[in-house]
Design a protein around this ligand. Structure first.
Ligand SMILES: O=C(O)CCC(=O)C(=O)O
Ligand SMILES: [Fe+2]
Length: 265
């Protein structure tokens, strides 16, 4: 059954590929190779069968892997690969991560500063992978998505008080942009974003993808993930998104970004 579903998705992807005029099957294979599946050893540590081997044997890409997961919903658009999954992170783990963000927050920063001091007004927390709650989340995520954790940036938390936001931006670093080399020289650009809302927000705090005409509302434990690239490996401007102002309450999210190469800073 899983295999049959996977094949259908592959076929779908080829069609999508044609629709986007991005060339041949070769391109699709390149895309697969770029997804950097989890190494055998990493999965061995989690006590599960190698996700890498499973994906190769079954011809599974990350998109087909995510699509096959129970409860996973894909946004029906050819413009981007974007998914949501409700209830991924259990309440106790959300609470533990919120407590860590409260302890370690600092003002958020941005790349390619455009002079707008109010572009990103939230606070950020770098989450140490050695902390039990962080390690627990990392294992959960690797088992879900199958991407190699070696390609992941350290986990980050974000906290938004009333009136704080992150104006429309992309998670990839703009090729040719002022800060591109600074952020991409060692590890390459960002590939996939996995973001989890850690709490329900009384009002505001939605994430709006204007080009996709879709707004996601914070829900405790909900995952939102998307591919920042097109099938040919180029960045996808349709992933532009806005962390909208919180109107009532406080908003907490955690984010894991994956890179084109193993993370070296
Ligand atoms: O908080 C949100 O809804 C979006 C956060 C975000 O886009 C980011 O941190 O890059
Ligand atoms: Fe973002």
């Amino acid at each position: 059954m899983a295999r049959a579903r996977s094949s259908a998705l592959w076929a779908g992807k080829r069609l999508l590929h044609k629709a986007l005029c991005m060339g041949s099957e070769n391109c699709f294979v390149t895309h697969l190779a770029q997804d950097c599946y989890a190494e055998v050893e990493v999965i061995a540590q989690t006590g599960r069968r190698s996700i890498l081997h499973h994906m190769i044997e079954s011809g599974e890409s990350i998109v087909s892997r995510l699509s096959a997961l129970s409860g996973m919903q894909r946004l029906p658009t050819p413009k981007a690969e974007l998914f949501q999954l409700r209830g991924l992170v259990p309440d106790d783990l959300c609470d533990a991560l919120i407590a860590l963000i409260e302890q370690g927050r600092r003002p958020s920063t941005i790349a390619d500063d455009n002079g707008d001091a109010y572009f990103r007004t939230s606070e950020t927390c770098d989450l140490d992978a050695n902390l039990p709650a962080v390690a627990r989340f990392e294992t959960l995520l690797t088992q879900l998505c199958g991407l190699n954790p070696a390609y992941g940036e350290p986990l980050q938390g974000q906290r938004y008080a009333i009136g704080q936001e992150f104006k429309p931006h992309t998670d990839y670093f703009t090729p040719g942009g002022r800060d591109f080399t600074k952020f991409c020289a060692l590890s390459g650009n960002r590939t996939w974003t996995f973001m989890i809302y850690l709490n329900d927000v009384a009002a505001g705090g939605a994430t709006r993808f204007k080009a996709l005409d879709k707004t996601f509302h914070p829900e405790r434990g909900k995952l939102l993930c998307w591919n920042n690239r097109l099938a040919n490996g180029a960045v996808n401007p349709a992933t532009l998104h806005h962390g909208m102002k919180v109107r009532k309450g406080v908003k907490y999210v955690i984010t894991k970004w994956y890179r084109e190469k193993p993370w070296r800073g």
